[in-house]
Design a binder for this molecule. Sequence first.
Ligand code: C5J
Length: 222
Amino acid sequence: MPTLNANPFGYEFDIDHIALLCIDMQRDFCLPGGFAESLGNDVSLIAPCIPVIAKLQAAFRKAGLPVIHTKECHKPDLSDLPTAKRNRGNPKLKIGDMGPLGRILIDGEPGSEFVDDCKPLEGELVISKPGKDSFYRTGLRDYLVTRGITNLVITGATTDVCVQTTMRCANDRGYDCLLIEDGTESYFPEFKAFTLKALTAQGGIVGWTCKAEPVLDLLARL
Ligand code: C5J
């Protein structure tokens, strides 16, 4: 079994049971004019992880391994949007309102689409999710069970919200998760640093982290 040098110790996995999970690499979280900016965030802070995720996607595809994409968004009729979430942050533009990238955080609107460098290819699983947890009201669990996937390499935006929430929920469901340190970003660098520490503390209580490079090296040698 391959083992990657990771925090807090080596990450072992079976190549037939691993998938890349790319969380919410959408314009709404990465570009000006979307949901994240409506909450007052500096979205330029997410940019460094985009080329890293693009490289990982290319490497997983080349190795014939699954690439899964999630997008946080809501139905146009807002029937899956809790009032508490719509009001949270008291922004000028709320979820469902018209913004520069179309209706904020609504499935099918330009803002909900993936950034150019991280777009899914035809045939890859795209999960639309109404929450921060990628398992909540989605088909992710069924997909992973059907394909016998036990190990998740996790990337995406943002480290301390949807990425962390999903990794914790995946861990509770028995998945061994490896978060890619340079394949995730936060609007708060200090929250990113803390999240990486919290996830791997106590002997990897939630999982492992490492940079993309050793993963890319290993995939190139397959
Ligand atoms: C947020 C996310 N930050 N994808 N969502 O609301 O992290």
